[in-house]
Design a protein around this ligand. Structure first.
Ligand code: NAI
Length: 267
């Protein structure tokens, strides 16, 4: 069990969406120190009003590895070190791969995949020395299938799952006391995926989703896939021929058309 009361948590991308909600919930559960990193001044201003006076905010672009590692190194000087790291910052470029520019590709992979590894690499030795800590990686159900209109996003989230669960195995084998939880939610109604259509599987609500992630942290869950039907994806993908899987997921569940009217957040 991971105790939240009295602990310190760092949430990347914590000034919006489920990151902001998780911060609120953690504070309600008695978290001692909440550090929120976000690249958006506008989101930080809104979040600061909601989380004030419980949180510390830093404007950090997680793709600026040197700056990020510098600030990460200073966390322990200003107070207790990070016990719970929630790698949550994410972006999506919702368009066909052939229309991506090269910056889109690099930035999506950096924000969604490599930044998590750099930040975790920086904070992990402290957790291992203290014999406790929890790394929570927000991936996506997009890590369990292929989806037109979000190819690079899918690639980044597949990368997160492969890395995150390998890290878990390493931490367990070395009996470090550091837990790793990988979270794979379906679409959530935060604005990030505005315009998506999901005719069969309901789009998740942000507050219950954030609550379930926090409960998964408390229970040291290895994977949290939401909603429950997402748990069937690896099995179904494994046993069905690819063309049949395409019919079930694409045509019956309508997933392959889900990004057709994607707009993303307009503000
Ligand atoms: P959101 O867009 O509401 O919040 C993401 C936050 O990350 C924003 O405040 C943004 O400013 C920040 N951010 C973006 N780039 C950054 C950077 N370079 N450095 C620091 N901060 C940065 O998104 P939401 O929906 O709350 O998503 C959170 C996580 O959940 C993401 O990793 C996303 O991929 C994942 N997810 C979201 C789903 C959805 O349907 N919204 C579904 C499955 C997973």
């Amino acid at each position: 069990m991971t105790d939240i009361s009295g602990r310190t948590a760092l949430i990347t991308g914590g000034a919006s969406g489920i990151g902001l909600l998780m911060g609120e919930i953690l504070l309600q559960k008695g978290l001692e120190r909440l550090i929120v990193w976000d690249v958006s001044d506008q989101n930080i201003a809104v979040a600061a009003e909601r989380l004030s006076p419980g949180a510390e905010f830093h404007r950090i672009d997680v793709t600026d590895t040197a700056a990020m590692l510098d600030v990460a190194g200073q966390i322990g000087e200003a107070g207790p070190p990070v016990d719970i790291l929630i790698n949550n910052a994410g972006i999506v470029v919702g368009r066909p791969f052939a229309t991506h520019n090269h910056e889109d590709i690099d930035r999506t992979m950096q924000v969604n995949a490599t930044a998590l590894m750099h930040l975790t690499r920086a904070l992990l030795p402290g957790m291992m020395t203290r014999g406790q800590g929890h790394v929570v990686n927000i991936a996506s159900a997009a890590a369990l299938l292929s989806n037109p209109g979000m190819s690079v996003y899918c690639a980044s989230k597949w990368a997160v799952v492969g890395w995150s669960d390998s890290l878990r195995l390493e931490m367990e084998a070395a009996k470090t006391g550091v837990r790793v939880t990988t979270v794979l939610p379906y679409y959530i109604d935060t604005g990030m995926f505005d315009g998506v259509k999901s005719p069969v599987i309901p789009i998740l609500k942000p507050k219950p989703t954030a609550n379930r992630i926090v409960r998964a942290i408390e229970r040291d869950r290895i994977f949290l896939r939401m909603p429950a039907i997402v748990n069937l994806l690896p099995l179904v993908r494994g046993i069905l021929p690819a063309r049949v899987f395409d019919i079930v997921v694409g045509r019956i569940f309508g997933i392959y058309e889900s990004m057709t009217d994607f707009t993303g957040r307009q503000t």
